[in-house]
Design a protein around this ligand. Structure first.
Ligand SMILES: Cc1ncc(COP(=O)(O)O)c(C=O)c1O
Length: 391
């Protein structure tokens, strides 16, 4: 029975099974206040979206990111879909993005009929190579979608400058970047719009959840309508109109108050969560320095002007075979380390809906060699994990 439970929950459970220690890749962190706030939402008898807890989260996000407007959504995917509608993406339009990303970065735009145009990544940060963007622009290009991989910012100054010159929108996929900054500005708040994820695998969580940050005032009013099934219900709630009605396309993108109550507990603790994660990240970085020196792996590179949020600790092994060996070695010790994205340009969906612009050599090479190590608040096993990688 214990064996069955272990097999089912190896990714999410951490406990001693006899002498066998299982270290999961991720373990969602709870602040301790989630139940209290959910109970409060229950007592308030306000369970649909946009109640007190949603407002608290909106205010927190606006204050802490300096964004003009924050709107909770039920996922980052939903926030990206809203952004694609707001960007007025039409069939045949093109959107420039990295291939080394999650499927939603592309799919949100493909749903509107756009063609994702994939550009290679930088070998240092694994973010879109800003120097390759301009050559991928065509008369059909509508937007650039930088993805801040591992919560480390893309070169936003260059990207914004290119977008400005070509009259393009920038939609930041900041799914992994809550609490990260670029030159002191919150990631997600620099482009015209930005999307956060609060999925349980992220730093600040609500199970499923997300937010759209709107940094260009032009989009605020329409965003509220799209999020509320294409109606002006948000204005009705504020008493600005005496009835609400259907005025645009839209869907149901807002989460319930139960989700917002959970998220409120997490946002209040976001600084502590980030500090705890950074400590673990730093421990890995220190412990792995010798292996880097010996040429066995490469550690993450964080540019000076970027403050990351320790969303992820990854290493780059020397080859796919070496990565497989390290994964197997760690697995035998009960340590769950995982690779990441299969590049989108090589996936069936990517080949059907998108196209690669130029060589994808870094995307293909690095995706084969990248390994993510366990990182969650409360873990104390960084040294054990590092020691187990090559022995
Ligand atoms: C870069 C990126 N974009 C988008 C998403 C989608 O986030 P969600 O699960 O909140 O829809 C993820 C999820 O991992 C992601 O890593």
């Amino acid at each position: 029975m214990a064996g069955m439970v272990l097999a089912c929950n190896i990714h999410i459970t951490w406990y001693l099974w006899g002498e066998f220690l299982v270290i999961p890749f991720n373990r969602p962190y709870m602040t301790g206040n989630e139940h209290m706030y959910i109970d409060q939402a229950h007592s308030n008898r306000k369970l649909a979206g946009d109640g007190m807890f949603t407002n608290n989260c909106h205010n927190w996000l606006e204050i802490n990111t300096d964004s003009k407007k924050a709107l909770l959504t039920h996922s980052c995917t939903a926030a990206l879909e809203m952004a694609a509608i707001l960007a007025d993406i039409q069939p045949g339009d093109e959107v420039i993005l990295p291939s080394y990303t999650f499927v939603s970065t592309a799919n949100a735009f493909v749903l509107r009929g756009a063609v994702p145009v994939f550009v290679d990544i930088r070998p240092d940060t694994l973010n879109i190579d800003e120097k390759l963007i301009e050559a991928a622009i065509t008369p059909r290009t509508k937007a650039i979608v930088p993805v801040h991989y591992a919560g480390v910012g893309c070169e936003m100054d260059t990207i914004m400058e290119i977008a400005g010159r070509h009259d393009l929108l920038v939609i930041e996929d900041a799914a992994q970047a809550v609490m990260s900054t670029y030159k002191g500005r919150a990631l997600g708040s620099i482009g015209h719009m930005g999307a956060y994820s609060f999925h349980e695998t992220k730093n600040v969580i609500s199970g499923e959840g997300g937010a759209l940050l709107i940094n260009d005032e032009r989009f605020i009013e329409r965003a509220e309508v799209i999020r509320e099934k294409g109606t002006n219900r948000s204005r009705f709630y504020r008493g600005e109109v005496d009835k609400y009605t259907w005025i645009d396309i839209g869907s149901s993108y807002l989460p319930s108050e139960i989700i917002a109550a959970f998220l409120w507990a997490q946002l209040q603790d976001a600084e502590n969560i980030t500090a705890e994660r950074l400590k673990i990240w730093d421990e890995y970085h220190y412990a792995l320095a010798d292996f880097e020196e010996q040429g066995r792996l490469r550690r993450p590179i964080i540019p000076e002007h970027i403050q990351h949020n320790a969303h992820m600790y990854y290493v780059l092994l020397n080859s796919l075979d070496e990565r497989t060996e390290v994964i197997d070695r760690l697995k035998k010790r009960g340590i769950n380390a995982v690779f990441h994205y299969v590049p989108l340009h090589s996936a069936p969906g990517g080949m059907k809906f998108g196209r690669a612009h130029g060589s994808m050599k870094h995307t293909e090479d690095l995706s084969d060699r990248l390994l993510r190590l366990p990182l969650w608040v409360g873990m104390h096993e960084t040294e054990t994990i590092c020691a187990a990688m090559f022995s």
